[in-house]
Design a protein around this ligand. Structure first.
Ligand SMILES: Nc1nc2c(ncn2[C@@H]2O[C@H](COP(=O)(O)OP(=O)(O)O)[C@@H](O)[C@H]2O)c(=O)[nH]1
Ligand SMILES: [Mg+2]
Length: 289
C-alpha cells in the first residue's frame, strides 16, 4: 500500500530543474530547503556534505543520489520492522498528549483484526476518563478485547490485569495505551519504566515494542520532547502521525540521527485504515521532487 493516499507535494519544487548539476550554489539552496522543511541543521549539513563529495554529478542522477542519502539518514537507526513474533506480543504506546496514541492503537487493532489476530487493548491511561472511553469505542469497532479500570486507577494494575487476561484468553497481541501527562515529567518516566517491568515480569520472553508516538506537524520542537521519552522509556520505534497534515515532513529525515530509533509506522489520517508500515526509500522518493 502506498505511503500517501495522494501524490505528495515535494520539498524541493523547481530545485532540480533550476540547477542541473551539483555545485556550491545548488548545495547552498539545497541546505536552505532542507532546513525550511524542518530536517534540522545537523541532518541538512550531513546531506549536503555527502552530496558535495559528488561534485559534477548531473541531471536526474542528482535527485537519485539525494534520495539515497536521505534514505540512509532515515535507516541509520535500524530496521523499521516490528518484532512481534511471540504469542502474546506486547506493544506499548508512549508520547505526550494529543499526538495520536489512542488513535494509533485503534488503527493497530483494526490492522491485526484484518489478519485474524486477537488483540487485547489495555487502558493504562487512567489519568483522564475520556481516554478509556475512546479506547472502548475502538475496541467495539474492531472487535478487540479491552481491559480497563476506573479513572484515577493505578496504571500498573491495569497492565497486570491485561497480561493475565491475555494469557487466559490466548490473545495474540496486548496493546497498551499510556498517559501522556502526569503530575510531573519524572513521575511519567518512572511510571513508564514501571509498566515495562510489569510486562517483563508477567509475560517473560514476550516480544515487545515500545513505540513513541510523534506528531509530524510539531517538527523539530516535537523532537526535543521526544528525546526525553526515547531515553527514559527504552523506546524501540517511532510512530509518526499526521504525516497527511504537514507540508513540511522533513523532520522524518532527522529522527534516526536525533533519537537513535527508527520510524516504524506512519499515520496518514484519522481513519482506521490510515496506518502504514514506514518505508524510508518510498518516503524519500515522495519528498525529493
Ligand atoms: N490528520 C491526522 N490526525 C490524526 C492522526 N492520528 C491522530 N490524529 C488525531 O489527533 C487527535 C489526537 O489523537 P489521540 O489519539 O486522542 O491522541 P493521544 O492523546 O496521544 O491519545 C485526534 O483528533 C485524532 O483523530 C493522523 O495520522 N492524521
Ligand atoms: Mg489518548
Amino acid at each position: 500500500m502506498a505511503l500517501f493516499k495522494e501524490k505528495k507535494k515535494g520539498l524541493f519544487g523547481g530545485l532540480f530543474s533550476a540547477f542541473d548539476r551539483v555545485d556550491e550554489d545548488f548545495l547552498d539552496e539545497l541546505e536552505e530547503r532542507l532546513i525550511l522543511a524542518d530536517a534540522g541543521v545537523e541532518t541538512a549539513e550531513a546531506a549536503v556534505d555527502a552530496l558535495r563529495r559528488e561534485k559534477g554529478l548531473k541531471g536526474d542522477a542528482v535527485q537519485a543520489r539525494l534520495v539515497d542519502i536521505l534514505t540512509d539518514e532515515m535507516e541509520k537507526a535500524g530496521s523499521p520492522r516490528l518484532r512481534l513474533d511471540t504469542k502474546p506480543a506486547v506493544i506499548l504506546l508512549v508520547g505526550v498528549n494529543g499526538v495520536g496514541k489512542t488513535t494509533t492503537i485503534g488503527k493497530l487493532a483494526y490492522k491485526y483484526a484484518g489478519q485474524g489476530k486477537k488483540a487485547l487493548l489495555c487502558a493504562a491511561d487512567t489519568f483522564r476518563a475520556a481516554a478509556s472511553e475512546q479506547l472502548g469505542i475502538w475496541a467495539q469497532r474492531t472487535g478487540a478485547d479491552i481491559v480497563r479500570h476506573g479513572e484515577g486507577g493505578d496504571p500498573g494494575a491495569v497492565v497486570y490485569d491485561a497480561c493475565s487476561a491475555a494469557k487466559a484468553r490466548g490473545s495474540d497481541l496486548v496493546i497498551v495505551d499510556t498517559a501522556g501527562r502526569l503530575h510531573n515529567k519524572q513521575n511519567l518516566m518512572n511510571e513508564l519504566t514501571k509498566l515495562t517491568r510489569i510486562v517483563d515480569r508477567e509475560l517473560p520472553g514476550a516480544d515487545r515494542e515500545i513505540l513513541l508516538v510523534l506528531d509530524a506537524t510539531t517538527g523539530q520542537n516535537g523532537l526535543i520532547q521526544a528525546e526525553q521519552f526515547a531515553k527514559a522509556a527504552g523506546v524501540t520505534g517511532i510512530v509518526l502521525t499526521k504525516l497527511d497534515g504537514t507540508a513540511k515532513g522533513g523532520v522524518v529525515f532527522s529522527i534516526a540521527r536525533r533519537l537513535g530509533v527508527p520510524v516504524k509506522l506512519a499515520g496518514v489520517g484519522e481513519g482506521a485504515e490510515d496506518l502504514r508500515d514506514f518505508d524510508a526509500r518510498e518516503f524519500a522518493e515522495a519528498m525529493v521532487v
